[in-house]
Design a protein around this ligand. Structure first.
Ligand code: EPZ
Length: 423
């Protein structure tokens, strides 16, 4: 089993290139199903989740060429003319919940499909009921049998009005992609507003879709009969950027994050980090983040964008372990996303978790320990906490990390920080 060894007492100081966003490239790759003409994606991050998604598309009959444009970005050309097997098997879907995104596009292109129910994951049950309700509103007939979702739309998908009971990122993406090829106009309300949704809508419009309102809580899709080949550059990963910003705060260091639009993409996270004492200075195509060595306690409530991102909650908890005083984090999106707390407590953190609320009595010096990653963002929060701890830390189950962070050791090494993989 590979582990990551983190030497304590280190300080970040350097430049980090921010890779393309995992949660944007996954739906964009699936959008290639909507047109047999092909889709070329630039700035694709070399991540395990991207490999999984490409495997899934290949299992449906798609083909692709992938080449490296830098150590931190690939170019992927997808061709789905040969897709004919509209069945996404449990073996692949169980590896990554985002596989559910093929449901809408397969239904829109082929009029029928079978997709395994994704099942839950470490952070929660993660239902897909709103995905299914949205497709039914578009005229699909949905049947759940033997762990599979079977969807058919014998007369094609029809434009409709649909309101999501709660904002859902992949739910919005699934229905928006299906609506792009529906007959007539679709109005979606209470949609998620994440930048990744805007990026997907912009990519679909380059393919000839007619989508508007992305980034607001109402998206309108005017259905078209077919989409064409297009090329699109994946936007920078705001969660990766926020992760390294937190690392600068924790270590009292300074990091130049290289990527376009980062100040805007980091929005509410940046405001909270400034409250904690971090300093942000935008520069052309980048953002400088400086930790001051002093961290102020915070009250954090996660919420759908533009609120505080749940995907930066674990990293913020690591930072608040070093704050002088008592902080409170309320996790409003996922019902079980505090598993990193128990691991941070092994390093000496004083955290009390009760339901959706975690109270962190910061200010104690953490000490290195052997800890275990439980999910993607929890794993990186342990690495961050370990950077400022006394002594060394061994983080187990690093496969979680590789799902969403590309070349983490290299990016940290370029900032003078040593973390290494050990068997
Ligand atoms: C996306 O997951 C992200 N993944 C997650 O990032 C992120 O944590 C999440 O959005 C919230 O921002 C990708 O984009 C691939 P949701 P998603 O549907 O779409 C409830 C990471 O670390 N809900 O927006 O699965 C749900 O229970 C990952 O990169 C329903 O009730 O999340 C949750 O409480 C982890 N019914 C809330 O909505 C549904 O049909 C938001 O979930 C769908 C969702």
């Amino acid at each position: 089993m590979t582990r990551i060894k983190v030497y304590g007492g280190q300080k970040l100081n350097g430049t980090i290139p921010i890779s393309g966003a995992k949660n944007s490239v996954l739906p964009l790759a699936v959008a290639s199903i909507l047109s047999p003409e092909g889709l070329k994606l630039n700035n694709v991050p070399p991540l395990v989740d991207v490999n999984t998604m490409l495997d899934l598309l290949e299992s449906l009959g798609a083909e692709y060429d992938r080449k490296s444009e830098s150590p931190y970005a690939d170019v992927v050309e997808l061709r789905t003319r040969s897709v004919k097997n509209p069945k996404a098997s449990y073996e692949i879907v169980k590896k990554m919940r985002a596989s559910i995104l093929v449901l809408g596009p397969l239904l829109a292109r082929f009029g029928e499909c079978e997709v395994s129910l994704p099942g839950g994951c470490a952070i929660g049950v993660r239902p897909v009921d709103l995905h299914l309700k949205g497709l039914e509103a578009l005229g699909a007939k949905i049947e759940l049998r033997d762990g599979y979702i079977r969807a058919v739309a014998p007369k094609g998908l029809k434009g409709t009005e649909f309101r999501f009971a709660t904002p859902t990122v992949t739910g919005t993406e699934n229905i928006m992609m299906a609506a792009a090829l529906a007959d007539g106009v679709t109005v979606l309300r209470n949609v998620a507003r994440e930048p990744e949704i805007v990026d997907l809508a912009n990519g679909l419009n380059k393919m000839g879709a007619k989508i508007s309102g992305q980034g607001t809580d109402v998206i309108v899709a005017e259905g078209v009969t077919s989409l064409r080949a297009a090329e699109h550059r994946v936007l920078p990963d705001r969660i990766e950027a926020g992760t390294y910003a937190a690392a600068a705060g924790i270590t009292g260091g300074r990091v130049d994050l290289a990527g376009e639009n980062l100040p805007e993409l980091l929005s509410s996270f940046r405001e909270k980090m400034e409250e904690a004492g971090l300093k942000f200075t935008p520069f052309k195509d980048g953002l400088r983040v400086e930790g001051s060595g002093e961290i102020a306690p915070l009250k954090v409530d996660t919420a759908p964008y533009p609120g505080f991102p749940t995907d930066l909650q674990a990293q913020t908890m690591a930072l608040l372990c070093y704050a002088k005083g008592r902080s409170v984090i309320t996790e409003n999106i996922w019902e079980n996303r505090f598993m990193h707390a128990a691991e941070l407590m092994r390093m000496g953190a004083d955290i009390a978790v009760s339901g959706a609320r975690a109270c962190i009595n910061g200010g104690k010096q953490l000490r290195g320990a052997s800890v275990m990653a439980t999910d993607l963002r929890a794993s990186v929060s342990l690495v961050l906490a370990a950077l400022a701890a006394e002594g060394d830390t061994l983080v187990d189950r690093v496969y979680h990390l590789d799902r969403g962070y590309c070349r983490l050791e290299e990016k940290l090494a370029a900032c003078g920080v040593t973390v290494e993989r050990v068997k």
